[in-house]
Design a protein around this ligand. Structure first.
Ligand SMILES: NC(=O)C1=CN([C@@H]2O[C@H](COP(=O)(O)OP(=O)(O)OC[C@H]3O[C@@H](n4cnc5c(N)ncnc54)[C@H](O)[C@@H]3O)[C@@H](O)[C@H]2O)C=CC1
Ligand SMILES: N[C@@H](CCC(=O)N[C@@H](CSC=O)C(=O)NCC(=O)O)C(=O)O
Ligand SMILES: [Zn+2]
Ligand SMILES: [Zn+2]
Length: 378
């Protein structure tokens, strides 16, 4: 039955309140308006940023909402004026949009896009500043412009990347967030050179993707730092060459690393979201040139600090969103790269269904879990 132009009622996991279990509801998804795309979400993974917003610590968190932003699916229908995708195309929703027209996109200096960010930050669509999700007439907010914990979602056309239909959607859904973030932090934001010494704080999916990116960039040493020593064996597969558990050292971790590396590392990456660790990551960098990249998302109210002398003496502090990748232009190439070389399957530790989403979030706090992929239609 054709659904184009019709309201679709489907299953979605609704976050009614911070920290309360998600509830699988029948949700009405309105047709896409001008410049919008309705996507049938086939697979979605869970990211720690979903858990962060759900926890109530995200200043942009609005409830009730449909969370989720790491997914893959098929275009169901498009609104007026949409030319770059059509029904049947395989796509990855992109929480970081790319319009190619705004001041940010034209600058060539950033992957951030300004076109729809004001709307996606308050859980609505740009066209009419309203949500396309509702339950019996009550609006449910969008999240990050993607809301992939729903069997159907509506996204802006600038927030969707068309990909090779050969790619397995149950795998490449990971290219919507965590893996590109880690790879791009190394390749685009830090621009790690061959022979560099790299420190990675936090060996979850994002940190392991940093290690994978650093190995591909020819780093000579990749030092993994995690408070859970169980992470170390697996991290070797992703390129980590040495491990440090800060709990096993009396000295501050930055001092331990400086001592081990003849003055500090060339590049460090914070992949946790802990502001004390962000400081350590900066301060373990080599005087004169060491660069530290903040990748982790810290909760509302948290602030970073260090002695300005750390920067006066040549260390550089940076941050990255989606690894600096321009989403619509570069996600399709990442999918092509997946078909040839980059790891993705290796980050998927669990496969579950939408009905089990609360169990899936519980699993994310288990040390063995990297990414859980949910099949949305089983
Ligand atoms: N900037 C961006 O564009 C993106 C940022 N993120 C953020 O990146 C962060 C990491 O995400 P995941 O890898 O999925 O998380 P994760 O929770 O799987 O990994 C974090 C790791 O850090 C370790 N850890 C925790 N506290 C530590 C400490 N004090 N010292 C050393 N290790 C410690 C944990 O044992 C775990 O292995 C999250 O904050 C997430 O929100 C995620 C995607 C995109
Ligand atoms: N609303 C949050 C913002 C959290 C954040 O920094 N998000 C990252 C992506 S994390 C993905 O898993 C990001 O890309 N930020 C750039 C952006 O435009 O949002 C808060 O206010 O803390
Ligand atoms: Zn994410
Ligand atoms: Zn733009």
């Amino acid at each position: 039955m054709a659904t184009q132009g019709q309201v679709i009622t489907c299953k979605a996991a609704v976050a009614w309140e911070p920290n309360k279990p998600l509830v699988i509801e029948d949700v009405q998804v309105a047709p896409p308006q001008a410049g919008e795309v309705r996507v049938k979400v086939l697979y979605t993974a869970l990211c720690h940023t979903d858990a962060y917003t759900w926890s109530g610590k995200d200043p942009e968190g609005l409830f009730p909402c449909v969370l989720g932003h790491e997914a893959a699916g098929i275009v169901e229908s498009v609104g007026e004026g949409v030319t770059e995708v059509k029904a049947g195309d395989h796509v990855i929703p992109c929480y970081q949009a790319e319009c190619r027209e705004c001041k940010f996109c034209k600058s060539g200096k950033t992957n951030l896009c300004g076109k729809v960010r004001a709307a996606t930050g308050v859980g609505v669509m740009m066209n009419d500043r309203k949500s396309r999700f509702s339950i019996n007439g009550k609006p449910i907010y969008h999240f990050m412009g993607t809301s992939t914990f729903s069997q159907y979602t509506v996204v802006h056309d600038v927030s969707v990347a068309k990909i090779d239909p050969v790619a397995p959607l149950e795998k490449v859904c990971l290219l919507g967030c965590g893996v590109p973030t880690g790879l791009g932090a190394v390749w685009n934001t830090a621009k790690v050179e061959p022979g560099s010494i790299v420190a990675v704080f936090g060996l979850g999916t994002v940190g392991l993707a940093v290690a994978e990116g650093a190995k591909a960039a020819g780093a000579s040493r990749i030092i993994g730092i995690d408070i859970d020593s169980k992470k170390f064996d697996r991290a070797k597969i992703f390129g980590v060459t040495e491990f440090i558990n800060p709990k096993e050292h009396e000295k501050p971790i930055q001092q331990v690393i400086v001592d081990l590396t003849d003055g500090g590392v060339d590049y460090s990456f914070e992949c946790i979201g802990n502001v004390s660790v962000m400081r350590a990551a900066l301060e373990c960098c080599h005087k004169g040139w060491g660069t530290s990249v903040i990748v982790g998302v810290a909760a509302s109210g948290q602030e970073i600090s260090t002695r300005p002398f750390q920067l006066v003496t040549g260390r550089v502090w940076k941050g990255t969103a989606f690894g600096g990748f321009k989403s619509r232009s570069q996600v399709p190439s990442l999918v092509d790269k997946y078909l040839k070389e980059i790891k993705v399957d290796e980050y998927i530790t669990h496969n579950m269904t939408l009905a089990d989403i609360n169990k899936a979030f519980d699993l994310m706090h288990d040390g063995d879990c990297l990414r859980v992929v949910l099949n949305m239609f089983v």
